[in-house]
Design a binder for this molecule. Structure first.
Ligand SMILES: Nc1nc2c(c(=O)[nH]1)N[C@H]1C(S)=C(S)[C@@H](COP(=O)(O)O)O[C@H]1N2
Ligand SMILES: [Mo]
Length: 318
């Protein structure tokens, strides 16, 4: 994620150039992504952490949403992450192993008939899990293709029964913690918050993710529960969710609050609408997949365009 004013925390502009991404990716591969992956696995075992939901995976793939390009390799996707709670670089996978993912509860509150604080394992076992292979597009102009396991947010909405006055969902990551070194930075306003309009959340494509690559989701991808809304820029897809509130007012998201001129609420992918500092016309597929044209709504327009009828006057695209 990149922000405008030149401050200590800003990533260099070059971070969004394809050469830079490609070179750093190649560098990482050459320097031993295999070693990094082995290290991560060893560390998780050292924590004695057999995931209590491991028996549920792999899960049946829903073939409704097919993708024309190959999957991104698991160790590429899992070693190139945005998770600012653990630092501003893409190499946060190691640091993220400090995230304690059990016990974990999700508080669901606000304008619902059945507010509750639910244990993550109880929630995961109650929800209809399926695998979805989606395109994923970061606002920084890189993309990947990942098999996510999760469930439609709609299933959770059916459980808690939103009231008629609920217009938005506000989703929040854990608040400041000693084991999350990125949260010591005074520049950001923690916790990370994102939001959706309630009809967006109820769309079948919008899922809460519990797994990737046929296994429980690893910490660097947002364990134990993260959002994936594939037609929007990646920053909408908040990780490691601890609270989901149904609200009447539109929530202000993390990046919107920090740099609202560059990152808005709707943030739908559109190749024709440039970011203030770079084009969104194409994206670099991480892992050496080359540079490809970006698609309107990241290729999901046939499903989601109707959500925005009547909202044309809003800033829908970034
Ligand atoms: N809590 C939290 N969620 C987050 C972020 C973050 O820094 N913190 N980064 C976002 C951004 S900018 C992107 S591109 C995706 C990256 O997801 P991935 O690392 O699993 O690929 O997570 C999003 N969710
Ligand atoms: Mo992003």
């Amino acid at each position: 994620m990149l922000i405008k004013s030149k401050r200590g925390w800003e990533l260099p502009e070059s971070a969004v150039t394809p050469e830079n991404i490609f070179l750093s990716r190649r560098g990482l591969m050459a320097a031993g992504a295999g070693f990094a992956a082995a290290g991560l696995a060893g560390r998780a075992e050292a924590q004695g952490a057999a995931d209590p939901t491991a028996d549920l995976y792999p899960v049946r793939r829903n073939e409704t949403y097919t993708v024309e390009r190959p999957l991104t390799a698991e160790n590429v996707a899992g070693n190139y992450n945005n998770f600012y709670e653990f630092g501003t670089s893409k190499q946060v996978a190691r640091a993220a192993q400090a995230l304690p993912i059990r016990p974990w509860t999700v508080k669901i509150d606000g304008l619902v008939e059945k507010p509750q604080t639910i244990d993550i394992d109880k929630l995961i076992r109650a929800m209809p899990l399926e695998e979805r292979v989606y395109r994923f597009r970061c606002v920084e102009a890189w993309g990947m293709t990942v098999p996510w396991t999760g469930f439609p947010i709609k299933a959770l909405m059916d459980m808690v029964q939103p009231q008629g006055s609920a217009k938005y969902l506000r989703m929040e990551t854990f608040d400041t913690q000693s084991w999350a070194p990125g949260m010591r930075s005074p520049w950001y306003s923690w916790p990370y918050v994102e939001g959706l309009a309630i009809d967006e959340a109820a769309h079948d494509l919008a899922i809460l993710v519990t797994g990737t690559y046929g296994k429980p989701v690893p910490r660097q991808h947002g364990a134990p529960l993260r959002l994936i809304v594939p037609w929007k820029y990646g920053f909408k897809s908040v990780k490691s969710i601890v609270r989901i509130s149904f609200t009447e007012q539109r929530p202000q998201s993390f990046w919107e609050r920090l740099q609202g001129g560059e990152y808005g609420f709707w943030a739908n992918v559109n190749p024709a609408v440039a970011h203030p500092r770079w084009s969104q016309a194409t994206e670099e597929l991480i892992g050496g997949g080359g540079r490809v044209p970006t698609q309107l709504f990241n290729g999901y327009g046939e499903y989601v365009a109707p959500l925005y009828r009547g909202r044309e006057r809003e800033r829908l695209w970034a």
